[in-house]
Design a protein around this ligand. Structure first.
Ligand code: GLU
Length: 681
């Protein structure tokens, strides 16, 4: 990069470092503009969609603007979407490494797709006749990033997935206490359509608001919870019971619309779930069990109804009489059947689940649809009872609030992170989608999203809230820096956290190497006493070589006493007396290690995020290794190109004097060697 261009950049930084860093992360070769397509590409990689409402004014301005965006315009354009774009560019959205996450999910999806086990729901034709091979997944984060795969935009019957939402709607209208007067919060341990009710112990001294309705304040026999059929019929019955069926159904569709991004300004039905009337009629026709349940709830007195007197006999002179069916029962059932017969896509359901994950605010419309309290009260019941009689096993294994439906959908809520919906209509014995359950299991075995994972140190599973490079940096960085600075306290605390002190970095440099290089005798002893074994680094060098090269005799003696055959490292340094460029220092050491891991992994998005956060491209670690050394050694050509085009100097030298070109040559990275040689001359 020319001196003149560097000083342009410096003057921008002087105005506003934060904004200049953002701008710089996107412009190449020291240009003083960002190409519009680079900004669009960065947004796309962040998982935000071009049809996202929050980005519409930004895209309009981009269309009106030419291809080249200068600094002042760039800042005013990205500000049209509040902090959203800035967060996306800095890798600070809920899933910071969206591309890596998507790749992992794609892999899981392709494996699970091979499963053909299970049967379609057969109790009514509209469910028995769907294409059994359909398979889709959608994930929506609380920041509105969207992952979609397979049949993620096909409508299907939500069936029991409506239950947590009915429960929320009822709570929004009459409050938790009133709802639970009519329905319990206890896992049933039974089939979803079981007719058994929860027998409550009711204390006789209840004097609260509802005491007038019934002496104990609560009904003594109620559905176990809102996630079994009985409970869902009950919660449906609690939603606006005074209104007509049509008004109630419309109200519920609007509420669902709100959960999936519908706003009052939109055309009335655009974003509302479709109602499949034929499905509802069939549910009614074959719903003997549910109808029985409705009457049972009436018999216990817990279903809300207005007591009416027996009508006058309209057949006074015949043996005929007008058969009475309680309207409160039929209305609750009719509404329940109808809500089960709403149709949504996996993307819609994932959005609704993401609204739950986001404590009631729809990630896309940013409207509050449910109160925080409602969501907070719904999720525990969903977690303990959402998967019927398999809820306990599911909780232990997957550890997430979840709900399935016989239409083949499974929704999962990862609180404060994302909503997931998997759709595949073949069901297992319990009525859960076979592929849905398998996807859910694999998701938690890959990612630390189980409610009780806490801060696991198991590096074979990933934290989706961290970029992979950061995850790797965390697994070794702290220990290596502590060892190199002689900080035994930190090492002790890492030991009690059961961290592996033998884990190496991108060069397989371990705490023992750095302690030896820096003459930290006590640390070396501490590590050896804790069972850490010396292992060779990228170049075949053991810690003993570090101690020798730096004349730390006492440490050399320690290693010589061990019964190990040490090999000598091979470092290629073609021109040790050649030009040497400056390596930058950066205070946040873990961010530097993250940058070097990102370069190793050829993860250009991650490198760009770090640059946008202000990490200098040429920051060096404890061995004076830089991102370019690593990208060159690993043959990560895209990363090499990005770094060089963002001003990474070529003649940086590591602890042993090697430049990135030396590294590319030693590892025989032909395309990187060609690129660097061409760039140099
Ligand atoms: N409509 C179905 C029923 O009430 C829903 C069952 C389910 O999805 O689990 O039987």
């Amino acid at each position: 990069m020319s001196k003149e261009k560097i000083s342009q950049l410096e003057s921008l930084r002087a105005k506003s470092k934060r904004e200049a860093d953002l701008f710089f992360s996107l412009c190449e070769n020291g240009q003083n503009f960002v190409e519009s397509k680079k900004l669009k590409e960065a947004l796309d990689h962040s998982g935000l969609k071009s049809n996202d409402n929050r980005l519409q004014s930004l895209f309009k301005r981009l269309e009106a603007h030419g291809d080249k965006i200068v600094f002042e315009d760039f800042i005013s354009i990205i500000r049209t979407s509040g902090l959203l774009v800035e967060k996306a560019l800095r890798g600070q959205l809920a899933l910071p490494d969206f591309i890596d996450f998507s790749k992992n999910l794609d892999k899981i999806f392709d494996e699970v797709k091979k499963l053909k086990a299970g049967e379609l729901a057969s109790y009514i034709p509209p469910l028995a006749e769907v294409d059994p091979d359909q398979f889709g997944i959608a994930i929506v984060t609380i920041d509105g990033q969207i992952y979609q795969r397979g049949d993620s935009l096909k409508d299907f019957s939500i069936q029991s997935m409506c239950k947590p939402f009915n429960y929320c709607f009822a709570m929004e209208e009459i409050g938790l206490e009133k709802v639970h007067k009519h329905v319990g919060q206890e896992p049933s341990g039974r089939q979803f359509d079981d007719l058994t009710l929860l027998a409550r112990t009711v204390s006789g001294n209840y004097t609260g608001e509802y005491a007038k309705d019934n002496l104990e304040g609560r009904f003594s026999r109620v559905p176990f919870n809102p996630m079994v059929n009985a409970g869902a019929i009950m919660t449906a019955g609690l939603i606006n019971p005074e209104d007509s069926y049509t008004q109630r159904l419309r109200h519920i569709r609007q509420k669902f619309g709100g959960l999936i991004g519908w706003t009052a300004d939109d055309s009335p039905s655009a974003e509302m779930p479709r109602f499949n009337k034929d499905m509802a009629r069939q549910e009614n026709f074959k719903g003997y069990n549910n109808i029985a349940m409705g009457y049972l709830l009436m018999a216990t007195g817990s279903l809300p109804h207005t007591k009416t007197d027996l009508h006058k006999d309209i057949h006074p002179d015949e043996d005929e009489f007008d058969f009475y069916i309680e309207p409160a029962v039929t209305e609750a059932l009719k509404l329940y059947f109808s809500i089960c017969s709403l149709e949504m896509t996996a993307t819609d359901v994932a959005m609704a689940a993401a609204t739950l994950a986001n404590s009631g605010v729809c990630p896309i419309s940013q409207n509050r649809v449910l109160s925080q309290k409602t969501v907070r009260n719904c999720l525990p019941v969903l977690q303990t009872s959402g998967m019927y009689n398999a809820s306990g096993t599911f909780f232990q294994e997957v550890g997430l609030p979840a709900k399935s439906g016989v239409g083949g959908g499974v929704l999962l809520v990862v609180p404060q992170l994302m909503g997931v919906c998997i759709f595949s209509p073949r069901l297992d014995q319990q009525g859960n989608s076979v592929r849905g359950i398998e996807m859910a299991k694999r998701l938690t075995s890959k990612y630390l999203v189980h409610t009780f994972d806490g801060t696991m140190t198991d590096t074979s599973r990933l934290d989706p809230k961290l970029p992979i490079a950061r995850w790797l940096a965390n697994s070794c960085g702290e220990a290596i820096w502590a060892a190199s600075n002689g900080n035994i306290r930190t090492l002790e605390s890492l030991v009690s956290q059961q961290r592996d002190l033998q884990t190496g970095d991108y060069d397989i440099r371990t705490p023992l190497h750095l302690a030896s290089a820096e003459g930290q005798f006590e640390v070396v002893k501490f590590l050896l006493d804790h069972g850490v074994k010396p292992i060779p680094d990228r170049w075949g060098g053991y810690p003993i070589s570090d101690a020798r090269n730096n004349n730390h005799k006492k440490i050399v003696d320690l290693f010589e006493k061990l019964d190990i055959k040490y090999t000598e490292p091979f470092h290629l340094v073609e021109n040790p007396k050649g030009k040497t460029d400056k390596i930058a220092k950066f205070d946040d050491e873990l961010m530097v290690i993250e940058l070097l891991f990102a370069a190793t992994e050829n993860n250009v998005d991650n490198i760009r995020h770090l640059v946008a956060k202000g990490v200098p491209v040429n920051a060096g670690d404890y061995d004076m290794r830089t991102a370019l050394h690593l990208a060159a050694a690993e043959g990560s050509l895209e990363a090499v190109e990005y770094l060089v085009s963002h001003g990474h100097p070529l003649n940086v030298r590591d602890r042993w004097g090697a430049t990135p070109l030396d590294e590319a040559k030693r590892e025989k990275r032909k395309s990187v060697v060609e690129f660097l040689v061409k760039y140099k001359f």
